[in-house]
Design a protein around this ligand. Structure first.
Ligand code: ATP
Ligand code: MG
Length: 425
């Protein structure tokens, strides 16, 4: 290092743009949601899985598809020093399907119901509730094309939202058909946009070439107006797809889940077939998506399966959910309010302190402490401030006699308890 480089103040280190440290209440809020969502997912029959954050890049490029925001500009993809092309998962569905194929889950009784959660990465434009590392919770049913599974996924997601305090929810739903009927639809759609090509912005012009359905998802004002009169997918459904869609809607009606058919809903990923849906909440009179999903019957083949693997899933954007005004914060199960303040005085007591705390932990007594403090008054002050019902005082004398003093913080009455009797007490 040259002298010049060595001098001057060091630049402060900081997190990357769009990424953040989660601590305190923010950390607990996320864990609390995961706990609640898992509990509900387990009730409905989903089992847990955790897949790696890094995967081969092609798993995402072949499945999510070109012409999508994720593949065109948002995915963190790079080469390792040995030249492998890998990517940080921008979503969880493709990884899940990779796992299903890799572990031969097709030979188990079908369908396979799985939930998973964790961070996903997209080089998105950071703004309120939008990050480059954000958190998703997914529920998926693989190995069955039955419409009841579409309904089950929507119902489970709905239950998680209701339990989190959501009130004015609505399912936006559409069916984009299968290979056959969709090809017909895309032809009609392409013809329509070609007629109005001068109204399309540069991004949508490009999409017309490689992924015309994505134009329906455009955020361009002019295109949004044009989309009003675009042909809708439901008109072009073949009879099998029509029947499937009708059944899904009947299940929703049977469960009293309000829905509206949104003919422009295609979702931002290429692998969807038949059902696509979003669960919407209204914020400042505008619809906001808190959960999205759909059916992806051909994804398995695209990832190398010899047979079709019909599947359907839903995915929550957890960050966005946690900041909704109606969101009811769930506390994570492991978070216990301290019921006792541990106070120690003198070196002999300090030495044995951790053993006493271990006794308390083993009998599930949540405590708070400030082991690095020495004075009685400052420790008692903390206990008062916390409002814990009891303080445990462990001083020089108690350490010698293997006992502790339990102090009732309200009445200020004190009682001496032998260490060997503490758990029982
Ligand atoms: P958008 O159109 O808002 O970018 P999307 O179509 O990219 O959404 P999906 O791929 O469907 O989103 O992801 C599911 C959910 O993940 C979204 O409904 C949203 O709540 C959340 N989400 C997407 N991108 C981000 C982000 N950058 N930061 C936080 N949450 C996000
Ligand atoms: Mg996006």
């Amino acid at each position: 290092m040259t002298k010049k480089e060595n001098s001057g103040p060091k630049k402060e280190v900081q997190t990357l743009k769009g990424m953040r440290d989660l601590q305190g209440d923010d950390f607990f809020a996320l864990q609390g949601f995961y706990d609640k969502a898992q509990e509900i997912a387990l009730y409905y029959g989903f089992k847990p899985i955790e897949t790696p954050i890094l995967e081969s890049e092609e798993i995402f490029t072949t499945s999510i598809g070109e012409g999508t925001d994720i593949i065109d500009k948002e995915m963190y993809a790079f080469r390792t020093k040995s030249g492998d092309k890998i990517a940080m998962r921008p979503e969880q569905t493709a990884s899940l399907m990779r796992a299903y194929i890799e572990h031969g889950m097709q030979s188990e009784p079908q369908p396979i119901m799985l939930y998973h959660y964790g961070p996903v990465f997209r080089h998105d434009n950071p703004q309120a509730g939008r990050y480059r590392q954000f958190y998703q919770f997914d529920m998926d049913i693989l190995g069955s094309e039955k419409s009841i599974n579409d309904a089950l996924v929507i119902k489970s997601a709905w239950a998680i939202l209701e339990d989190s305090g959501a009130t004015d929810l609505m399912v936006d739903i559409n069916s984009i058909g299968d290979k056959e009927c969709r090809a017909h639809y895309i032809r009609e759609l392409t013809n329509y946009y070609k007629k109005h090509i001068n109204d399309l912005g540069p991004i949508d012009k490009e999409r017309l070439k490689n992924n015309p359905m994505r134009i329906l998802d455009s955020k361009d004002e002019k295109t949004i107006a044009l989309n009003e009169n675009a042909p809708d997918a439901v008109t072009y459904l073949c009879s099998a797809c029509k029947k499937h869609f009708k059944e899904v809607l009947e299940y929703l009606e049977g469960m009293n889940i309000p829905y509206r058919i949104n003919k422009n809903l295609v979702r931002g990923l290429s692998y969807y077939t038949r059902t696509v849906f979003e669960i919407i909440t209204i914020v400042d009179e505008k619809p906001l998506t808190v959960c999205g999903g759909g059916r992806y019957d051909y994804l398995g083949r695209e990832l190398g399966s010899k047979k079709d693997i019909p599947a359907v899933g839903a995915s929550f954007g957890v960050d966005r959910l946690l900041i909704q005004p109606w969101y009811k914060k769930h506390a994570p199960r492991f978070l216990k309010k301290p019921r006792m303040y541990f106070i120690q005085l003198g070196m002999d007591a300090k030495l044995k302190s951790l053993n006493v705390i271990d006794i308390l932990r083993k009998c599930h007594m949540p405590i708070s402490q400030s082991l690095s403090k020495d004075s009685l008054s400052s420790q008692l002050g903390y206990a008062e401030k916390l409002g814990v019902p009891y303080a445990l005082i462990f001083g020089q004398k108690e350490a010698m006699e293997n006992c502790v003093i339990i102090r009732d913080m309200k009445t200020r009455s004190q009682k001496t308890v032998k260490l060997k009797d503490l758990a029982l007490y």
